[in-house]
Write a protein of this length. Structure first.
Length: 236
């Protein structure tokens, strides 16, 4: 057999199997991108547990047309400005999430940075990129993922029921919301609101307690004991 280099679209689909195992994993990657972009509000919409539709919209910093086109290329990221792997302060940095999702779905990204006259949109279907051009939208980014795993149908055999996949997405969003009480989150499945969290105010301890009460109940929040520690320059 002759050794050959695999096509880029096939490489992305192989990578997608590790980055995006199910709808909840795609939601996690997209929401973390929104958090890293400095969003204060993140809205998530699902259909069929995320297999038919995942829509994540934020009011973060947004991307220019050139940045959007780079964002769907593997290992293109804004999160390592100094190329220092020992100084990572973002939730992601490898630049694999968007190209991986786009390689196994029909994905559209529309974004507008602060100060721009209009937004810009791009589509990726099964790894094939297509520029859509200027669009009207507010500051921030909107990522729409349809027919997740249509390009890798074998992955669909591992999906659970719609109810189970929806619950996994909800648990993923709840964990991120607990860690970021300063952000507003909403999660809607079809027309059913699963989560609606406003931004918590006050100092960090107060905000965390309020978010715990909203998600876990007043009794849990009232009995939580805060623990802080530092080791080797890392604070927890």
């Amino acid at each position: 057999m002759t050794i050959r280099r695999l096509p880029e679209t096939l490489v992305n689909r192989i990578a997608a199997g590790e980055v995006v195992e199910r709808p909840a994993a795609a939601v996690k990657e997209l929401v973390e991108n929104a958090i890293d972009a400095g969003a204060t509000r993140i809205e998530i919409r699902l259909r069929a547990g995320g297999q038919s539709l995942i829509l994540v919209e934020d009011d973060g910093s947004g991307m220019s047309p050139d940045e959007i086109e780079l964002a769907v290329e593997r290992h293109a990221t804004s999160k390592l400005p100094d190329d220092r792997l020992d100084r990572i302060d973002t939730l992601g940095f490898r630049g694999e999430a968007l190209p991986s999702i786009g390689s196994v779905s029909r994905m559209t990204i529309a974004s507008r940075p602060a100060g721009a006259e209009s937004g810009w949109a791009i589509a990726v279907e099964g790894g094939e990129k297509r520029v859509l051009g200027p669009v009207a939208r507010g500051q921030g980014t909107r990522v729409e993922v349809r027919e997740l795993f249509y390009a890798t149908p074998a992955r669909l055999k591992f999906m659970k029921t719609v109810r189970t996949e929806t619950q996994r997405v909800r648990e993923t969003v709840e964990r991120l919301a607990l860690a970021h009480p300063e952000l507003a989150f909403s999660l809607v499945e079809e027309d059913r609101v699963l989560l609606s969290l406003t931004r918590e105010t006050g100092d960090l301890a107060t905000a965390r307690k309020a978010r715990m009460a909203a998600l876990l109940g007043d009794e849990v929040a009232a009995n939580v004991i805060p623990v802080e520690t530092e080791r080797d320059g890392l604070w927890l």
